[in-house]
Write a protein that binds this ligand. Structure first.
Ligand SMILES: C[S@@+](CC[C@H](N)C(=O)[O-])C[C@H]1O[C@@H](n2cnc3c(N)ncnc32)[C@H](O)[C@@H]1O
Length: 277
């Protein structure tokens, strides 16, 4: 798909080079998957609500600050653009845009996700971004070498497409969980554990298109109410196979505060310039 241009009409609309046009949904996002759809199961409205509440209460603030600190220096002062792939509720993109503007940089932004429920939230939180319902495994509706930074926080990765849309000298920031991430809550709630060897797999998947530049580990000791712990468990992949009530029941005997350690790795990549791993 060709790059989409925003038309300055009263109702926000995107138009592609072939003349297809997409009106914004009432809630402000654009659904580009109309018709074809996707084989993937999007996050439900209830999972998204849990994520919005949990993140909005600031529990992961040290992570969003660390991410913004990595990304913002790569944004040009004028005309910079960020793509947040798998943006969810747009929480981390908000932190980046705020940090950019506090640093005198005005960045435009694209938030992309397969869940329209997530993008309803994202469009409210980040009204200045273009929020697109799209499947990351399909060619991205973003022009070649048009963005300064791609961010991927706990979401799938399409390295070839990220490399295509990044400008030379741009940056890709990927957040993944480290072994032991939320282990205490996982043991009680039935959340999926973190597989060993994730870092090696990430590096191998990226190697054809990117060079690893840096890693930053962010550890956050959490002290949560049972309700917040239930939101945390439910907002991730566990939400696809457990309902929130089941999780709350499993946590019912846990003493408050519920203690857990969030263990993140922020991996920073730069597009290869030599064309070969
Ligand atoms: C664990 S959530 C993380 C959301 C957000 N980055 C955050 O950290 O709050 C993973 C996100 O990836 C999205 N996602 C999953 N598969 C996708 C796909 N094939 N294309 C686009 N987004 C996808 C989900 O809908 C979900 O919002």
């Amino acid at each position: 798909m060709e790059y989409l241009q925003a038309e300055a009409t009263r109702q926000p609309r995107l138009v592609c080079a072939q003349g297809h046009s997409f009106d914004a949904a009432r809630q402000g996002y654009f659904n580009l998957l109309v018709g074809k759809g996707t084989p993937f199961e999007p996050d439900s409205a209830a999972m998204v609500a849990s994520r919005f509440t949990f993140l909005g209460n600031g529990h992961y603030r040290p992570l969003s600050q660390a991410l913004a600190a990595v990304v913002v220096p790569h944004l040009r002062e004028e005309g910079a653009a960020v793509l947040d792939s798998g943006t969810g509720t747009g929480h981390y993109l908000r932190e980046i845009l705020d940090a950019a503007s506090a640093g005198g940089r005005k960045a435009s932004a694209i938030g992309l996700d397969i869940s329209k429920f997530a993008l309803r939230r994202a469009a409210r939180l980040n009204p200045e971004a273009v929020n697109l319902v799209w499947d990351i495994w399909q060619p991205l509706p973003v022009a070649d070498t048009s963005v300064d930074a791609v961010t991927v926080i706990f979401a799938p990765r399409n390295p070839a497409e990220f490399a295509r849309v990044l400008r030379p000298g741009g940056v890709l920031a990927v957040v993944t969980p480290r072994p032991g991430h939320l282990a205490d809550i996982a043991a009680v709630t039935g959340m999926l554990g973190i597989e060993e060897g994730k870092d090696e797999r990430l590096a191998a998947a990226m190697a054809q298109h990117f060079e690893a530049e840096d890693t930053v580990d962010v550890d956050i000791p959490l002290e949560l109410s049972r309700a917040a712990a239930a939101d945390l468990a439910y907002m991730g992949p566990a939400g696809h196979h457990l309902d929130r009530n089941q999780i709350a029941v499993r946590l019912a005997d846990s003493p408050e505060p519920v203690n857990a350690d969030a263990k993140f790795r922020l991996s920073v990549f730069r597009p290869r310039t030599d064309g070969a791993p």
